[in-house]
Design a protein around this ligand. Structure first.
Ligand SMILES: NC(=O)c1ccc[n+]([C@@H]2O[C@H](COP(=O)([O-])OP(=O)(O)OC[C@H]3O[C@@H](n4cnc5c(N)ncnc54)[C@H](O)[C@@H]3O)[C@@H](O)[C@H]2O)c1
Ligand SMILES: [Zn+2]
Length: 377
């Protein structure tokens, strides 16, 4: 793998993300929550914190104490879980905002994982035709993925994220100390999205991850905060650079879906149980690496090297599915109708391309290779 160029560069903790509605800054670092309440964008604005009881208990005190006494936010609570990422929750929260007297100058503040971030972002997009929000993501997945890029939304029972809007935040504060209370499994699931960023765009990040894998995966009390910060910053830079050029996913943004066609099929075939999204992405990347190799784009050695690195960041839960079940789920996926099935493939570790028109036999072979790894014996 290429040498690590991150070491020479001082870790900046601020990234500017360009969006059609103006740039916003993403700060990454330890202790940001305990300074958040005095953020210049919050001055003289009525603030509404949206979070879950559990996260409020873990991280709310430091945040609430950071607000000037006269400006403590109103707290709106959402139970944890993907099933609360719904229109019913939006309606309830909007009603609570209205009853609390929230107007156009309201500032919403989601504190939580991707569910809270997506939900609050969508609420901000439609409450009084749009209010501002500042994201405080508390899972690794939300810090490197859900909080970046402006996609917001909720699920319908017919499918995930079927309602939504592009409504970027005014700022993102990713406090790395919040990750200490995340379960190791949720942490690893988020790390697979960092690995995805490295594989599609950043060989230096891949090198950093492979060389420091043990330290990154160590229990939270043994983690090196600066190292984690570098991983998060580099992953955000990959996503930010891609969405800056393609906010509405007409082209380049598709690269962020590396492994996701297979991952979405696995998640849906397993009824969204068994695997966390990041774990499904890990399996999906194994399939995409295999596909890249059998299409002659990526060398078999590089595919094997990346595949074993992904597996070394496990354990991944095992499951039981047939290739037919996965293929059927792939053809049901809204983004991948049979006529225009597009895949993100690698030509080398760190370089991704959108490829369409692949023969079904190769896709089957990739699914079989993925299932051979994931199958419960
Ligand atoms: N908008 C986007 O671009 C985008 C991108 C990727 C994912 N998403 C969405 O993100 C969601 C998944 O996000 P997620 O993986 O963060 O899941 P999540 O929000 O459900 O969080 C996972 C669990 O961790 C808990 N938690 C959160 N922070 C914690 C902390 N610091 N300590 C302890 N527990 C904590 C939560 O309460 C929850 O139980 C999905 O709905 C997905 O669609 C959106
Ligand atoms: Zn993902």
């Amino acid at each position: 793998l290429p040498a690590d160029s991150h070491r020479a560069r001082p870790a900046s903790s601020l990234i500017k993300v360009q969006s059609a509605s103006g740039p916003y800054s993403v700060s990454v670092g330890a202790g940001l929550l305990s300074r958040a309440g005095t953020h210049p964008l919050l001055r003289d604005r009525p603030c509404f914190l949206v979070t879950s009881p559990h996260i409020l208990g873990l991280h709310g005190e430091a945040l609430l104490k950071s607000f000037p006494r006269a400006q403590r936010p109103v707290v709106l609570l959402v139970p944890p879980g993907e099933r609360y990422k719904s229109l019913a929750t939006i309606e309830r929260l909007a009603t609570e905002l209205a009853r609390a007297g929230a107007h156009r100058d309201a500032m919403l503040i989601p504190l939580g994982g991707g569910v809270i971030t997506d939900l609050t972002g969508f609420l901000a997009a439609i409450y009084q035709r749009g209010v501002d929000y500042i994201s405080l993501p508390t899972t690794l997945l939300a810090q490197v993925d859900a909080a970046i890029g402006g996609k917001t939304g909720v699920n319908l029972s017919e499918g995930k994220n079927l309602l939504g809007s592009i409504h970027p935040p005014r700022a993102v504060l990713a406090d790395t100390t919040t990750l200490a209370t995340l379960s190791p499994r949720e942490f690893r699931a988020g790390l697979f999205e960092c690995i995805k960023c490295a594989l599609i765009r950043d060989p230096a990040l891949l090198s950093l991850l492979t060389r420091h894998r043990e330290s990154i995966l160590a229990p939270a009390s043994h983690r090196d905060p600066k190292l984690l910060e570098r991983v998060i910053l580099a992953s955000i830079r990959v996503k930010a650079s891609i969405v800056a050029r393609d906010e509405h996913e007409s082209g380049e943004r598709m690269l962020l879906n590396f492994g996701h066609t297979f991952a979405h099929a696995l998640e849906s075939a397993l009824n969204y149980r068994t695997l966390l999204h990041g774990e499904a992405v890990a399996y999906g990347m194994l399939a995409a690496l295999h596909l890249s190799a059998i299409c002659g784009l990526l060398s078999a050695d590089q595919a094997a090297e990346a595949g074993s690195f992904i597996l070394s960041c496990g354990p991944l839960p095992r499951f039981k599915l047939s290739p037919e079940e996965v293929i059927a789920a792939m053809s049901r996926d809204k983004k991948h109708t049979a006529s225009s099935q597009r895949f993100i493939l690698l030509s080398s570790l760190g370089h991704a391309h959108v490829i369409s028109g692949l023969p079904p036999s190769r896709i089957r072979a990739a699914v079989r290779a993925m299932l051979a790894t994931g199958m419960k014996s």
